[in-house]
Write a protein that binds this ligand. Structure first.
Ligand SMILES: [Zn+2]
Length: 244
């Protein structure tokens, strides 16, 4: 059994270097889900897979580069004639915020048309829930508080994949990474200090505290991208496919 991990978007909010917003596709036998679906994710998804095959979306936090693609995904699937249900998990206010975003963008669709393919929203918490053929849990992390930031832990086909979402270094981040076969971690900055985000320098300094196997960096800002050749931790790029 293998798990396929496709990095569809590895950029930060500002799309530095032309990278797409946060979006990672996990696939295994009977499972297909996205981790985050940022504003530019729909075109990124369509380069590699049919959105209709995606069973669920897990959202780490309520910033547009992580959930802004949800309205586009919902509307595209409606007009594509989707029949399969779609479950979306994330922070407590996700349904309300995604609906409001949809209404702001397409007032003629959201709030007027009933999505008929079995759309459901679920609040992700520490206790794992079944989502898209995987077991998903969410642990709070330190980022901008208003975005209700969480790291995600996904059990899929016997593998544990952990994802930082956006976070600065903390004991909470250590808990997210604990025991993961693959830890996907943001590294917005290379060495610059930032109250909301991690730097590569902090990750190297604290690497021993992260009890995980393979680690790969994502959400790369311009500073980190300028130092790609210096990184001693793997870095993702848009389109990268890993198999576990
Ligand atoms: Zn972000």
């Amino acid at each position: 059994m293998t798990v396929k991990v496709r990095f569809l978007g590895t950029g930060n909010a500002f799309a530095d270097g032309g990278r797409s917003h946060a979006c990672i596709h996990l696939e295994s036998t009977g499972a297909s889900l996205l981790l985050d679906c940022g504003g530019s994710s729909l075109p990124a998804i369509k380069k590699f897979l049919d959105p209709a095959t995606i069973q669920a979306i897990a959202i780490s936090h309520l910033h547009g580069d992580h959930f802004g693609g949800v309205p586009y995904f919902l509307m595209e699937q409606y007009f594509a004639g989707r029949k399969a249900p779609l479950a979306i998990g994330g922070p407590r206010e996700l349904q309300q915020r995604a609906t409001k975003a949809g209404e702001a963008l397409y007032k003629d669709f959201f709030g007027k048309i009933t999505i008929d393919y079995g759309l459901s929203f679920i609040t992700l918490k520490e206790a794992p829930v079944s989502l898209g053929g995987a077991e998903v849990s969410a642990l709070p992390v330190k980022h901008v508080a208003e975005s209700d930031p969480h790291g995600l832990r996904v059990k899929i086909d016997g593998k544990l994949i952990a994802y930082s979402g956006d976070a600065r270094f903390s004991d909470e981040l250590i808990a997210v990474a604990k025991g993961a076969d693959l830890f996907i971690c943001e590294s917005t900055n290379f060495s610059k200090s930032d109250p909301a985000h991690l730097s590569y320098a902090e990750l190297i300094a604290n690497r021993a505290k992260l009890d995980c196997g393979r680690m790969i960096l994502t959400h790369l800002g311009a500073e980190t991208q300028a130092h790609l050749a210096d990184l001693e931790i793997e870095a993702a790029q848009d389109g990268l496919l890993l198999t576990l």
